[in-house]
Design a protein around this ligand. Structure first.
Ligand code: CA
Length: 518
């Protein structure tokens, strides 16, 4: 658990003299500086920029003695553009973070814009260091190409993300059982298509639909194909230490052959590539959608929100149907480490105090503040656990938005606590998670990315965007039937080779071996 820092006697005494005893008791071991210290911060995370007014920021300042003044360049919605504008300005803020901080900081760290943190953490940040020791393979992915760690990452918590969902009340109506394998899935979707499970006399059902069109390609996993090794779509994956890409695999080809057939037969949403992010909301609330692959908590929520609107509505998680070889794979899982977080710039005159401040967010108290907000406001401490107040849980405003409003669940370098989410995860989601917990379905080798050296980066930048675009064009054409996968396949592989995909994979492999000791 957390280690308490030794507090110099003089700090304790001065704290006792200036604060009430109750405050002093909870302040002493978290205090970083005797005299209040102010640092500047640039943190741009798409939806918002850092705010000095966040109650969470103010509480952190009260506890540590360090406050952050927001100097984020915020006149653009693009976090990368904001970062580039800040870098171009030259005189960097003390602390820099935000969306995709990893790529940006790891690019400019080796050039001297940010300072290496690994030794500072070892000496001054016991709580971050404890996690580095506990999960070396996770932190390995955060290092830059020059072997230094330039940012304190945002670690997520919980492993389950998406699952397969089915209208089980439709199954009952048509006297079908939950499909156990790919053949039964095909039969169920065909029955959804033909046998009017919504009972309106029209052939209007959309058997398989996907809110993110990329999710439709998960179907290839039922044919032993792969689509990604991480929570980024179209990503590479690792197979026993070897970098691979699903879109040149045999199972992918087989899967796409079937997907083209399914699409033609009306089993897949005819508007799957164009319907957009409201597909789930629209198709479920109109009693039209039958099967999807989507997040546990938000998808399960429709059982509550539609129970009075759609008669008999039951949308339940089912375990991944067995593939043609008998494999059950849930390819999506939460990635344990995100590219968000924050680093310390070269112009910061207080690097030790800064890393201690960053470590505060990894203490028991700091982690609670970052995850749940303020005690007595958003949550109460009950038996040592932060429990959200009913007015937070029952508010019309989504919980994440309420928390973001006050500076909690902001993607600074912190460690998420899954308990924050489980409290508003409904019974259907919890049952689904339990179902998935009983089997060994979840992807094991998450690909956490690589840090390229300069030569590898050049290869990647030169060839990958073109190869990726070509693969995405072909996969849509194959599903839609405007091109035939069997007829195209050999040429497709040859073209990708000519476009440099092989070179990209070699670069990834050498970077991977260096980073993960392959
Ligand atoms: Ca119907």
């Amino acid at each position: 658990m957390m280690k308490r820092k030794l507090t110099p006697l003089v700090t304790l005494v001065s704290a006792l003299c200036t604060a009430t005893p109750a405050l002093a008791a909870d302040m002493d071991h978290l205090r970083v500086v005797d005299k209040p210290l102010n640092l500047t911060v640039h943190l741009h995370d798409k939806k918002f920029v850092y705010s000095d007014d966040w109650p969470v920021e103010k509480e952190a300042a009260r506890l540590t003695g360090i406050s952050l003044t927001n100097v984020t360049i915020g006149n653009t919605p693009d976090s990368n553009e904001a970062f580039n504008l800040m870098i171009a300005g030259g005189d960097l803020p003390d602390i820099v973070g935000g969306k995709e901080a990893k790529d940006n900081i790891n690019r400019y760290g080796p050039e001297g814009a940010f300072i290496p943190l690994q030794d500072l953490i070892k000496e001054h940040a016991p709580n971050i260091y404890a996690q580095m020791q506990a999960r070396p393979e996770v932190f390995a992915s955060a290092y830059a190409g020059d072997g230094n760690l330039y940012y304190v990452p945002y670690l997520t918590d919980g492993k389950y993300g998406r699952a397969y969902w089915m209208r089980t009340d439709w199954l009952e109506k048509l006297d079908l059982k939950v499909p156990d394998n790919i053949d039964e899935l095909y039969e169920v979707l065909t029955a959804f298509r033909n046998n009017d499970p919504n009972g309106n006399g029209k052939k209007d059902e959309v058997p398989a639909f996907f809110r993110n069109w990329e999710e439709v390609f998960r179907i290839v996993t039922f044919f032993d194909g792969r689509t990604s090794g991480s929570d980024t779509y179209h990503d590479f994956h690792v197979d026993e230490g070897k970098i691979k890409h699903g879109y040149i695999g045999e199972g992918y080809k087989t899967g796409l052959t079937h997907m083209a057939k399914w699409y033609k037969e009306g089993l897949i949403d005819p508007e799957v590539f164009t319907r957009g992010s409201r597909a789930r909301e629209f198709l479920l609330s109109n009693d039209l959608g039958g099967f999807t692959h989507d997040w546990f908590a938000s998808t399960a929520g429709y059982n509550d929100s539609l129970k009075d609107k759609v008669e008999g509505f039951k949308f339940e998680a089912i375990i991944p149907p067995e593939s043609i070889s008998g494999r059950r794979l849930e390819e999506h899982r939460r990635i344990p480490i995100k590219p968000e977080g924050w680093g310390i710039s070269y112009s910061n005159k207080n690097p030790i105090e800064s890393i201690k401040y960053m470590d505060f967010w990894w203490t028991e108290e700091g982690r609670r503040l970052a995850n749940f907000g303020i005690e007595g406001e958003q949550y109460d401490l009950i038996d040592g656990k932060a429990i959200f107040k009913p007015e937070v849980l029952n508010s019309d405003r989504p919980i994440n938005s309420q928390l973001n409003d006050i500076g909690a669940q902001v993607r600074r370098g912190f460690w998420q606590d899954y308990n924050y989410e489980i409290q508003w995860t409904n019974q259907y989601a919890l049952e689904g998670i339990e179902l998935y917990d009983q089997g060994d379905y979840l992807l094991k080798d998450t690909f956490l990315g690589v840090a390229f050296n300069e030569a590898e980066q050049k290869v990647y930048d030169k060839y990958w965007p073109g190869a990726r675009t070509f693969m995405l064009e072909k996969q849509q054409a194959w599903v839609l039937g405007s091109s035939d996968v069997e007829a195209d396949w050999d040429n497709y592989l040859k073209t990708l080779d000519r476009m440099g995909l092989g070179k990209v994979m070699e670069a990834m492999q050498s970077a991977y071996d260096r980073q993960y000791g392959g």
